[in-house]
Write a protein that binds this ligand. Sequence first.
Ligand SMILES: [Zn+2]
Length: 336
Amino acid sequence: MGNLKSGWSKGTIIAVIAVGFLFAGIFVSNYFQARAAGSESNNHLKNEATNLPVKKDASPQTIVQNTNDLRREKEFMQKQQKAAIHWRNEQEREISKVPDHKTTDIAAANPTTKDKLTTSQSPAKKSNATPIKKTNLQTKKIVYLTFDDGPAPFSDKIIKLLEKYQFKATFFMIDGNIKRYPEAVKLMTRTGETVGLHSVSHSQKQFYKSKKTVLSELTQNRNTLKSVSGVNSFIMRTPYGSAPYMTNEYKKAVKQNGYIMWDWNIDSKDWYYKDKRYVKSVIEQIKQKKHQNGPLVILLHERKETLAHLPKLLDYLKKHGYEGKPIEKTTVPVQF
Ligand SMILES: [Zn+2]
């Protein structure tokens, strides 16, 4: 080694060794840094559930992971937004009472609903039956709860309960009771219930005596309601329903005077049962009407026992997707 013919000086050799150590040092340093980074990213994995942001680690894997998360989040947001818009459109359609053909348009724009409908049909019937089926489904899920003979000292409790379920109802009220409980009537109009007429005498013999008595009782009833609530309502139910006392002559007369007569298609018989059996009876009738078109109109009374078991009925209706709507001037009346 003393003879360095190749011309390598001592200094050069020292320099080469020094450079060698330098590289070795850098390699070792990088190795430990890499290990430290590895354990850090493991911690991030552990914390993934808490969605902590990844600070330093920007390896290709992490970037892909983050991009996927963002994409999924965006998709989720878009889905939610779509659902919200659909829900709002449904609400607006209900309010503005858009004719039925629009319902079909919405059904076509909503693949989930359409799929459900088509799968329930046999292929042969599918082509022309689907839109009709959809329309029926829409009207079937509306229920008009009607409370007769009030108002009563506990009308506010009935309304509070309805509010809890986001249901509205219609109250057919007797003249004397409107005068007795004006605050209840005012509350009904404030909360958006429909206030209607139900005679002065509530007597079969007096009310149905003649065309004149029918009209005069309704006029008095209407004026009283108007003075208390400010609402000039022509929506009415005759005592005990229109059959059999409302003759064709009477019917024509009330119609000519602008009254809209409502009967019902479900009789709770709450006045007869006076306990929870009326709820069972209503549910049985609803099940029987399963394949029948049109909304449900349930006859109830402002009675304490009716109120006591009303949550059970409202639970059932809500659970089965019914919407409790108030009767409006434009609603096609259900008559016997
Ligand atoms: Zn009555």
